[in-house]
Design a protein around this ligand. Sequence first.
Ligand SMILES: Cc1ncc(COP(=O)(O)O)c(C=O)c1O
Length: 426
Amino acid sequence: MRSSSSIYDFAAWTQLIPESEIRRLLRYNVRYYFAGGKPGKIPIEAMAKILIEIGQEQLGMLEEGRYEEALEQYNYGPTEGIPALREVLAKRMKEKDGIEVDPGDLVITSGSQQALYAILDTLIDKGDVIMVSSPAYLGFVMPAVKLGARIVIVPSDREGIIPEYIDEAFEAAVKELGKKPEILYLIPDSNNPTGSTLPEKRRKQVFDICAEKEILIIEDAAYREMQFTESRLPPLKAYDRDNQYVAYIRSSSKEAAPLRIGYILVPTPVREQVIKAKGYYDLCSSTLVQYILARYYSKYIDKYLPEILAEYKKRCDALKKAMDESFPTGWRTDPTGGFFIWWESERKDFDSKRFLEEVALKNDIIYVPSRAFYPPTGYQYDPSSRKLSPSCPKSNGMRLCFVYKPPEVLTEGALKLGRLLSQHLS
Ligand SMILES: Cc1ncc(COP(=O)(O)O)c(C=O)c1O
């Protein structure tokens, strides 16, 4: 009898792209959980109140014979999202980010993941070139590889991408790959996986370089609301006054529970194609969920979010302290928001994936090994030779999530992990 998988003629990409390492690690249930970026605080009280409020209003509509009005809240809606939500989000973008936005220009997506995919799907043909910083969010990189893009890694330091190397990597790609890179993907606020935030000066430099070279910046601002500091740095989108060079991608998942709503402000021609693509992916995002979220952003977020952020900061500080006390020689980032911290051993031969499987998991500890954040294929720009070379994943680091577990568990787990690492690496 034939094995069941040979019955199906799968697309070539299914052989090329492995299951996401992060999704695989999400399945583990261990005490010291530093792996997937799962929110540890969700405004459940606010969500429950909103459900009651909306339910009561709908019952009122039924009693008053306004069935059609209630029906619309449950029905299919516009592919680009319901106006009520887009208005609330545009207002908040103006207040918090200083971006003047016509609500009609926003597009609601089913998670920002869908927006990333739709943008790639509408712009990328086989062989096109995309630049990313490294280590990178593979939720972006893998769909790009799936669609046939060639990835060029631009060197970063602890603060994020190094602007002058964008220019140099661009020139090297034109020369060696015979193609101009058309997209640069970045997470300027509390990067996933490093947790670093791109300084203001670099933001402007990155924007100016990309505008000059006509590269579309995909600014993934998934952690924009997750900042521990009073003020936020301007998004790159704020420099893009003519809405030409920055696709600004926002998510509600980190602050408002995974209701699976993303929202984007992108150049108009890209917007039109993204709406067309989304129409074929899911017709529209859930209308009822959009009503729930509109109420959360208009009425509850400023009451509930500060408390959540204060707790996340406490968790982040607890993890940093325990790492500084117990981890062997290496370096870590210093997040001012987001969900993650990044650590690298000074020993380049350290294999964090092997250590996870052979030591950490047996001690009830899980994290994501650094190798999970490097593309399986692609190139990296080497500043010393000014050339591209095959991408070379680093195996000596790890991403640790600090938001899911309470501070005492993070401290206990990090001290234990630090002891085990020190024994292993001594
Ligand atoms: C940087 C980044 N972008 C996008 C996403 C996708 O988020 P969602 O689809 O929940 O909006 C994530 C989720 O972890 C992320 O970390």
